[in-house]
Design a protein around this ligand. Sequence first.
Ligand code: FMN
Length: 334
Amino acid sequence: MTFTETLGIQHPIIQAPMAGVTTPEFVAAAAEAGVLGSIGAGYLSAEATRDFIHEVKKLTDKPFAVNLFVPENTDIDQDQLRQAYLGLQPIGKKLGMPFWKAPLSEQSFAGQIDVIIEEDVGICSFTFGLPDESTVQKLKEHNIYLIGTATSVEEAVVAEQVGMDAVVAQGKEAGGHRGSFLGEQLLPLAELLPSIVGAVGIPVIAAGGIANREHLILQLSRGAQAVQIGTALLAADESGAHPLYKEAVLKATGNCTVLTKAFSGKPARGIRNEFIDRMVNVPIAPYPYQNDLTKKIRSEAAKLGKPGFMSLWAGENVHETVVGTVEEIIKKFI
Ligand SMILES: Cc1cc2nc3c(=O)[nH]c(=O)nc-3n(C[C@H](O)[C@H](O)[C@H](O)COP(=O)(O)O)c2cc1C
């Protein structure tokens, strides 16, 4: 069976799960276009994940995946948290909120796993780590196809060892958060992909900077079974990205992205803006605490129409992103 047959799709393309950007219409449009749609459920509660799945099912009967953030247990002391809050205060003041509440997010991973099983979702992908043995076993008992994310050969090997059926090789070019879980890795896809293909026996999916048909063909020739594309779909009609975010993506020029921990405490690639520049040399709390601290800043910036303080996640080839429906954009890759 070919990889596309295994996933039940027509073309070797996965619409990247993009937490906060994917909408039911976006995922269903990808599925209807013959590629694997993926719900970016990382920030959702279990019930919101269920509702999202229901919405997608209303729009398509094609297969789709749900993507989860594997939780980490990061300790932080109150002083570190306070320093990070104080570090953000000048930006808060600039947005008219000298003080704001930053409730800590709750973990929903275990509940989301149950929802995926109950809703009979056939494919589940992970980032920021790998599920533990009992979770893998539980999902496998229900014949759910599992996809891990790796930013190094070591992570890909571990993904295979714990029972992932396939692995995404995420190159340094990729937009959004790095999926790294065994140290911070930053390898270009051209180097990472062949190394992972040579080291594991499971199918490898190439991700990072894939912006056109030539890029797709190149990655397949390097041994990828499929590609995962995120940034190229950001400005699609069905994308849930804020209009100012879409505008920034469409105006982007070459070399405009940087890696930053300033928004979430975890390295992520986005369009460089005032927030990122102001946060250089400012104390940053580890993920997920920094993410919780900046949540109100990001939503207030969006409300006030200030993209300079929003997280504008995008990959290195963001300047190639175009407008259109998901279907029209995907057609350009086929
Ligand atoms: C806005 C945005 C949000 C993302 N959110 C997620 C996510 O929730 N889960 C995940 O596994 N990857 C996420 N990613 C990373 C993608 O899976 C993928 O690695 C990346 O989009 C590939 O690079 P490209 O953006 O250059 O196509 C995100 C990427 C972007 C651009």
